[in-house]
Design a protein around this ligand. Sequence first.
Ligand code: UT7
Length: 338
Amino acid sequence: MSLNVKTHAAVRAKISSIGTYVPPRLLTNADLEKMVDTNDAWIMERTGIRQRHIVEKGVATSDIATEAAKICLERRGIPATEVEVIIVATVTPDMMFPATACLVQNKLGAKGAWGFDLSAACSGFVYALQTGIKLVESGAHKKVLVIGADVMSSIIDYTDRTTCILFGDGAGAVLIEPCAEGEIGMIDFVHEIDGSGGPALNMPGGGSLNPPSIATVEAKMHYIHQDGQAVYKFAVRKMSEATETLLTRNGITGADLSCFIPHQANKRIILSTAERLGMPEDHVIINIDRFGNTTAATIPLAMQTAMDEGKLKKNDLVLIASVGAGFTVGAALMRWEF
Ligand code: UT7
């Protein structure tokens, strides 16, 4: 292995803590069998999902994001007032504005911080992470809180069997800080957007194109619409392409990685990417069975799973990757530093 660690940044940046949160209420495949024409065998075989966590009515993205953030800061042992920036990746903000980052800032008591929301669907966490890393590498900030959080149940049509089986609610937060002497932290990333894929996965209602009206509600425009096969094909191709590019230009192969943490949209997409990378299956983190697709929260939730299972430790070389609505594609390579 010859890892070409880039040295352009005077300051290197790392993830220094993590916190995750899912609401307690479960929606199992057995529950869904009573709601739509589906069955556990189909869902398990096609997606690998067994259950999802769903919020109670009245619980919003800022609530679950704040819970994850509190755990993240408690583990690091710092008060919220030390946080300088809050970036919330989400496609299910509490409302059109203000930004969910502002609501989280207030709930956390992160007085003095600035922040914003970032919309990149399932790649939201990967893009927000990279943005936070750059804010630290630039020397502008020393403590950036990056959160991926979605209440997908708020935009799901629970009469549509093609989408309602896929998604769950959840949140994950990481803290970005400068590396200490000798640490490497974030190494490299590959990101790409392809807006020609927009029609394949979207929520068409509620924005400036189709403002909310009785007609948009009746046409179910405030729900997720997905061409599953089109997204599947793109995801399989681009997840492999982005990760291969990243490994090749850093002089390593899948076998050099301690851990591959992909977006959890479909177990088959994950396994086919891992196979192309030559990653042994036990180095691939899969928790989609427990959480479903939580959009911006899947990767931090999977990071936590990896730590809990003893598969993610200090000094490990980690690859994360995502494909989502947009289309958006993201991959990043880092050393785990805590
Ligand atoms: O994170 C955001 C990005 N999203 C993704 O990455 C999702 C990518 N796409 C997928 O994961 C898969 O396309 C799905 C899991 C959504 C669907 O799996 P598929 O193997 O592509 O199934 P399909 O859409 O080709 O449907 C096969 C059959 C159809 O019936 P016919 O036309 O063959 O009679 C569907 O109507 O399965 C039927 N079907 C279902 N049957 C039972 C669709 N949904 C269900 C269901 N239960 N829930």
